[in-house]
Design a protein around this ligand. Structure first.
Ligand code: ADP
Ligand code: MG
Length: 692
């Protein structure tokens, strides 16, 4: 295999475009992609023809407008290239078909923006993300909107937020005498996932229907030995990873790092970062291909945020930064950040924005699945805070509190053995417990769940940064003594938002009360987090930056609540069915067998000791009774759901979820004492150690 030849072989990439498009057309398209110059639609026919020829040479017979509705998944509807030509057909893709499509929008979530009688929707080509051929179809990345112009997808607001950021960042740069054509957000999402054997998967209705286990006692060996992280890969896993990497490379996805994660059966894949929009598309494709490649290997890839209780769940660390087309990373502190006013101002703006809009940032990653992870052991708590590390932390402390900043010099590392190399060491340690950590020349937002779209938090981060940059530019444009004004403004922002900076252990018990004292939000459930999105000042932020209209902002929050309510409802119904139809009869069968054995033993001799049998049978009966009662309560509460989304979500979070926990506690207790011959499901041991 020749990786350099394989890479991007399914992508209509720059090289293919350069070779297949007329020179002027190529130049014009590049200007749109690189500099954000509006697309010249007169070039569409030429691009479409070249795209079609290339796709057909790759075996494609169809094309599709590929989009990202508000479901977290991607959507596609395939049309063939054929057009009648006498009694034959020709293969054709017109400029119009490349630029616009008209799928029926009525079956996609719209959060009430679309009246039921108006079903029409539009997809429009996004030339900034490359088209590709997959399984005989040409995929054209597109945005998706309603007949009345409301955006109905994740890509449109992401692109709008990138434009807002570009505009405002350029204003800021100009103040420092830096001219550039475009500032882009770069994103590198690290994707965590579980791999289990297909056979056990299909024996668990909960995994199939909800993506996670609703029951299951922890195995005797979980992650406490700390031996899975970075451990040697099992042959089947490494074959899967190899196959996956090769597949991803053909789609031009920069799959770079792969390793075992902390929990048994958990793994991670990290790509090299790229433009936010392309990164989002790539991650959607990565998740889809992970599932497909796993299937080829008789495996199932679980992307749920918390498939198993008691071991780590999966996240998607969102590495985020900003750079100019000239190669300047705005979050690069350089050797001496204290002498880098541009970096310090950008840093202060980001810190201030994250503090000011912490509620919407938290809400951007709120889902039923992620609620199980935030605040559990492995993930940061539901409180937003910023980690700066030793060096920047000390610098910010000095600015805010006064006092002297002593720059820390990087010391070369060595183990003191002459044969071993001397290596550069960092000035800052890693912090794994912060939700928003500065890591060298980027921020790593760690609250995102493994299943979610990467678009969600980046829409917020970009919008918030754009807002703070625009305020900074407003304040500093026309300043008489710019250097002085800039330093003062930076100090003001850092001082006002110092409360969000936390450089210590975010998992420690002291943090929650401390965060409360500081007045930071701690919205533990989706039902508590989403109301932030309805607040006037937060809606106004998106409207001001041109990312959402008021209607769109509200609709999206409603869709999130709706998803949350539906997810928990499905989980609860699945739980009830499993408990009533499978667990109850199984355990009853075992209890009956025990009682029969007691009778048989007694029949042989009155003196036969049966106390252990009796005790176990009694315990089983007691738990079965408890199970019945707890399931009944869950059923009853589900029947009494408020109609309105918000009250319903509160009830889901604060009544239904605790009800489900109560059912689960009893079932897990039953699993521990029920004979394995009777237990109806593969256990955690069977699942987590299913891949040999
Ligand atoms: P760490 O090990 O500290 O998390 P890495 O260099 O391994 O850092 O990067 C982790 C992820 O961050 C990778 O996906 C990488 O591509 C991404 N990344 C690195 N630099 C940037 C950047 N400037 N913008 C966005 N993502 C980045
Ligand atoms: Mg990382």
């Amino acid at each position: 295999m020749n990786v350099t030849e394989l890479f991007g072989s399914n992508v209509f990439n720059d090289e293919v475009m350069k070779n297949s498009l007329p020179k002027e057309v190529y130049k014009s398209l590049r200007k749109t992609v690189d500099e954000g110059v509006p697309l010249d639609t007169s070039i569409a026919s030429a691009v479409a023809a070249a795209m079609k020829d290339w796709a057909v040479s790759k075996g494609a017979t169809h094309y599709t407008h590929w989009f990202q509705p508000l479901t977290n998944l991607t959507a596609e509807k395939h049309d063939s290239f054929i057009e009648p030509d006498g009694d034959k057909v020709i293969m054709q893709l017109t400029g119009k078909s490349l630029i616009v499509g008209e799928p029926d929008a009525s079956s996609f979530p719209s959060g009430g923006t679309r009246a039921t009688y108006s079903a029409r929707g539009y997809t429009a080509w996004d030339p900034t993300s490359p088209a590709f051929v997959k399984e005989g179809t040409l995929y054209i990345p597109t945005v998706f909107l309603s007949y009345t112009g409301e955006t109905l997808d994740k890509k449109s607001p992401l692109l709008k937020s990138m434009t807002a950021l570009d505009t405002q960042a350029k204003r800021l740069l100009k103040l420092f005498g830096i001219e550039c054509k475009k500032v882009t957000t770069t994103v590198g999402p690290e994707q965590e996932y579980f791999l289990i054997d297909e056979e056990v998967y299909f024996k668990r209705k909960d995994l199939v229907l909800t993506g996670r286990t609703l029951f299951g006692a922890p195995p005797s060996r979980g992650q406490e030995m700390e031996d899975h992280y970075f451990g040697t890969l099992k042959t089947r896993v490494s074959e899967f990873m190899r196959d996956l990497d090769e597949t991803l490379w053909t789609y031009g996805i920069l799959a770079k790092t792969r390793h075992n994660e902390v929990a048994p059966a958990q793994h991670e894949l990290a790509p090299i970062f790229t433009t936010a929009n392309v990164s989002v598309d790539n991650n959607q494709l990565t998740m889809e291909l992970m599932k497909k490649v796993a299937q080829k290997h008789g495996l199932v890839c679980l992307l749920h945020e918390k498939p198993f209780e008691g071991v780590n769940g999966s996240g998607k660390h969102n590495n985020w930064s900003l750079s100019t087309d000239t190669g300047l990373n705005l979050l690069e502190p350089s050797e001496s950040p204290e002498k880098n006013p541009l970096f310090m101002l950008v840093l202060a703006c980001v810190i201030a924005g994250v503090d000011k809009y912490q509620g919407v940032l938290r809400a951007s990653v709120a889902t039923a699945g992620n609620d199980h992870r935030l605040g559990a052991d492995e993930a940061p708590p539901a409180i937003i805070s910023v980690y700066l590390g030793d060096q920047l932390g000390a610098l910010v402390d000095a600015i805010v509190l006064g006092g002297k900043y002593v720059p820390k010099k990087a010391v070369p590392g060595s183990i003191g053995v002459p044969e071993s190399p001397i290596f550069p060491m960092d000035t800052t340690d890693r912090n794994r417990t912060s939700p928003f950590a500065f890591t060298g020349n980027k921020f790593e937002f760690r609250m995102l769940g493994s299943l979610a779209s990467v678009a969600d938090p980046n829409i917020v981060l970009n919008t918030v940064a754009a807002e703070m940059f625009s305020q900074a530019a407003d304040a500093l444009e026309g300043a008489k003594d710019f250097d002085k004004a800039c330093a003062e403004y930076t100090k003001k922002l850092l001082t006002e938002h110092y409360k969000v900076v936390f450089n210590y252990d975010g998992y420690g018990p002291e943090w929650e009360p401390e965060a409360e004292r500081r007045g930071l939000l701690n919205n533990k459930t989706t039902a508590d987090a989403i109301p932030e999105c309805f607040k006037n000042e937060n809606v106004a932020l998106f409207v001001r930056q041109g990312v959402y209209t008021e209607k769109e902002a509200i609709a999206r929050a409603n869709i999130q609540l709706e998803n949350y309510n539906k997810t928990i409802n499905i989980e609860a119904l699945t739980m009830i069915e499993m408990a009533k139809r499978e667990i109850y009869p199984a355990v009853n069968g075992y209890a009956t067998e025990l009682c029969d054995a007691i009778c048989a033993k007694r029949a042989v001799s009155e003196k036969m000791i049966v106390s252990a049998d009796v005790a176990l049978a009694e315990k089983l009966s007691l738990l079965i009774d408890g199970l019945s009662a707890s399931v009944e309560k869950l059923e009853k509460d589900l029947l009494e759901m408020p109609e309105e989304l918000l009250p319903a979500s509160k009830k889901m979070a604060h009544v239904i979820v605790p009800d489900m926990d109560a059912v689960r506690t009893i079932v897990d207790e039953l699993e521990r004492i029920c004979s394995s011959e009777y237990w109806p499901y593969p256990t955690y041991y069977d699942i987590m150690y299913s891949v040999k």
